[in-house]
Design a protein around this ligand. Sequence first.
Ligand code: BG6
Length: 470
Amino acid sequence: MSQLSKDFLWGGAIAANQAEGAYQEGGKGLSLMDIATAGKKGVSRQFTKGVEKDVYYPNHEGIDFYHRYQEDLALCEEMGFKCFRTSIAWTRIFPHGDESEPNEEGLKFYDHLFDEMIKRGMQPVVTISHYEMPLYLAQNYGGWANRKLIDFYLNFCKIIFERYKGKVKYWMTFNEINSVIFMPEVAGVVDRSQADFKQRSYQAAHHQFVASAKAVQLGHQIDPENKIGCMVLTLVKYPLVAKPEDVLLAEEKMRYGTFAFTDIQVRGHYPHYVKKLVERQGIHVQIEPEDYETMKNGCVDYIGFSYYSSSAATTDETVEKTGGNIVSGVKNPYLPTSEWGWQIDAKGLRYILNRFYERYEIPLFIVENGLGAYDQVDENDYVEDDYRIAYLKAHIEEMKNAIIEDGVDIIGYTPWGCIDLVSAGTGEMSKRYGFIYVDRDDLGNGTLKRSRKKSFDWYKQVIASHGENL
Ligand code: BG6
């Protein structure tokens, strides 16, 4: 057997804030990402206090998916997508975040978007919160460290679960929930410059766990057909050498970086080692008595995760470091590296799939994977992206090994940035992941015209052959 099941959800993934643009249309409020400036390779994005004149904000226009989604989804249909992952911009539904009544125009936009996907044979896969905190909540309530956020988020969930009942079945509560610890200023809106930022990041994480568990329960009540998952960024770490200290360190990094989060969201309680970590650091997290019950009753149905690269771990501090998605690590001499310094490791995908499945035995969903690379477009608007094909082919092969050889249950595969979009980390357009090229540069110039890359036809035949022709 070398084909995957006919129900396997092949597709692609984007996020509202990196693609939609139209940041002031349809009654939308400002989100945190609307004040994120453009960075570049090796230079992080900054957050201004508000929208400032003469500053370029790449997410304001994104790739104009808001106006061009029909054309984009038609191209995805041409590739044979069975699903399409995106997020709902919280600020289109609740411009400030603390209103009691939603913005009807925002709700209508997603009605049309999901209808268009369904019409074209794609299941919508929806991330409820993908780095989309309303700026008003960030500035007036202090972000996720404030317990009030749970109610605002739940109100948002209630409205969208009710409105899109029957249209959306697959949901994820928070994109890369573990980034609240690695990148608290974005994922939890915790100010790093304050002395107690660590304490506040942990508190923000707790509030997100409670909010997620409540959302799972609510989503199941509203529609028992709903499948509601968590979404984590995976830290895959190998010991640099067979030294027991390195083995333990690699395991510790994976445990605190990834498994702590899935343990909590899949099993519904804080594991023993998290309690010890918090104790050791002298951090007090305010947990209300009812939170334990909430977390226990709000376990997720599946694990969604992103996987781009792996790195090594060692106690030797003199060795060379390497980049990665949000979290960096130690360079592994056996792996090649992308142009952004992320190490390419297809076998790491099989490894993490098995680690998750052995530990939890619930379905997994690979909702992000891909290669950010510079593309050269020729005079016919064509990109020969053999490097991207090679990356995806190797990862799909390992995913198939996990399914066919190891028996891991995987719902689907949605490569990241199936249409070129604004990079979350750097705000660049030139860090491209897509099968579809978008004519736009890092300064906002370009026609936004879409064109098919070589990988477009390649992925089309992968889907048509159920993963057999790679
Ligand atoms: C993940 C995010 O961290 O990685 C995406 O969920 C992001 O939003 C993706 O775009 C790739 O990272 P980057 O920085 O290359 O855009």
